[in-house]
Design a binder for this molecule. Structure first.
Ligand SMILES: NC(=O)c1ccc[n+]([C@@H]2O[C@H](COP(=O)([O-])OP(=O)(O)OC[C@H]3O[C@@H](n4cnc5c(N)ncnc54)[C@H](OP(=O)(O)O)[C@@H]3O)[C@@H](O)[C@H]2O)c1
Length: 309
């Protein structure tokens, strides 16, 4: 299968590119300015293409000629946005352009990487843009699948870095005591699921919610991250109202990475209602845990996390 991975140089996209090459697919990665560093992170067989999904003219020719498109293009909700960017342009406008290019090129399959809670009427600009993008995908004249993962962890994952930037070792305050709940899944467990989605037409027209083996609060993640470094941490709660006030003040300050949207994101959980990893023959309990990934809890090694043949 000829697969175009939009955002293939990113954290999750690069793992899918590798998985697809290992399964003998022909892979092209699309991003704005692929560098030699991006090339070094991807298998030699991946073709690097440049284009900006917010500009249809820069992507249409690249999309044409593929059998499938996977959309990983992202503007992170974990940090304040770089000036001149917004979720609507990248997540909604970018999806519209990719879908249009895929329809123009008679592409058969389209996989949209969305987010838990995606909702056109949701509480944050990211969640609303993801929800509206899902509507565009569902109306498209091609075989679509939508995948909504919880937090994805692994080497280079933004969530681990985000948690460290938000906290300090030994004693740290966390908004609302860090009770926001996540269901992190290891990228090494997630990428094969996405490859399965592409290879099996029974996934057409489905929306999947994908989570890991455990529910972990922000406080749990903070403790795990510092424990892995041999540094304990005591957590005290910062009232949510105070957090939001502080972040609103930070909004116009470019050197402070967090703002209003990041505070709002911590007000709702990031967990699945039903974990659709079971659709792929996977028992969630055998997936790698965050603690095991960090080397401080027992967990299931990668080889055991796939179903028996
Ligand atoms: N990581 C998580 O924990 C997580 C959890 C839930 C959902 N998701 C979703 O999963 C998807 C992938 O996330 P990720 O963490 O892998 O993101 P990422 O590491 O930030 O990668 C984003 C990719 O998109 C490319 N890109 C950004 N803007 C672009 C544009 N305008 N045109 C073309 N390419 C563009 C980037 O390359 P350039 O910047 O070089 O163009 C990069 O290849 C996103 O849709 C995200 O919302 C992620």
């Amino acid at each position: 299968m000829k697969v175009l991975v939009a955002g293939g140089t990113g954290f999750i996209g690069s793992h899918l590119c590798t998985e697809l090459v290992e399964r003998d697919h022909e892979v092209t990665s699309l991003s704005r300015n692929p560098t030699s560093e991006d090339a070094a992170n991807l298998p030699d067989d991946v073709t690097l293409a440049s284009g900006d999904v917010s500009d249809y003219g820069t992507i249409a020719d690249t999309v044409d000629g593929h059998d499938a498109v996977v959309n990983f293009v992202s503007l992170s909700p974990l940090y304040q946005l770089p000036s001149g960017t917004d979720h609507e342009t990248v997540h909604l406008g970018g999806t519209e352009n990719l879908i249009r290019a895929a329809e123009d090129g008679d592409i058969e399959r389209f996989v949209q990487i969305s987010a838990l809670g995606a909702d056109p009427d949701g509480p944050t600009p990211y969640i609303r843009a993801k929800g509206r993008a899902e509507e565009i995908v569902r109306e498209a004249a091609l075989g679509w699948t939508i995948v909504r993962p919880s937090i994805v962890f692994g080497d280079g994952a933004e969530f681990l870095e985000f948690t460290k930037q938000l906290t300090t070792p030994y004693v740290t305050g966390l908004p609302g005591g860090g009770e926001t709940r996540f269901q992190p899944i290891w990228v090494g467990d997630f990428a094969p699921i996405l490859a399965d989605v592409l290879e099996d037409d029974s996934h057409v027209g489905q929306t999947y919610e994908i989570g890991g083996p455990q529910i972990v609060t922000l406080a749990d993640a903070t403790e795990l991250i510092y424990e892995a470094e041999g540094r304990p941490v005591a957590i005290f709660p910062i009232p949510m109202a105070l957090t939001k006030l502080g972040l609103a003040v930070a909004d116009p300050l470019p050197l402070i990475p967090f703002g209003t949207e990041q505070g709002e994101s911590l007000e709702f959980d990031n967990t699945v209602a039903t974990n659709d990893v079971t659709t792929f023959g996977i028992n969630p309990e055998v997936l790698l845990t965050l603690g095991a990934y960090l080397g401080i809890r027992s967990g299931t090694p990668r080889e055991e996390s796939r179903p028996l043949a």
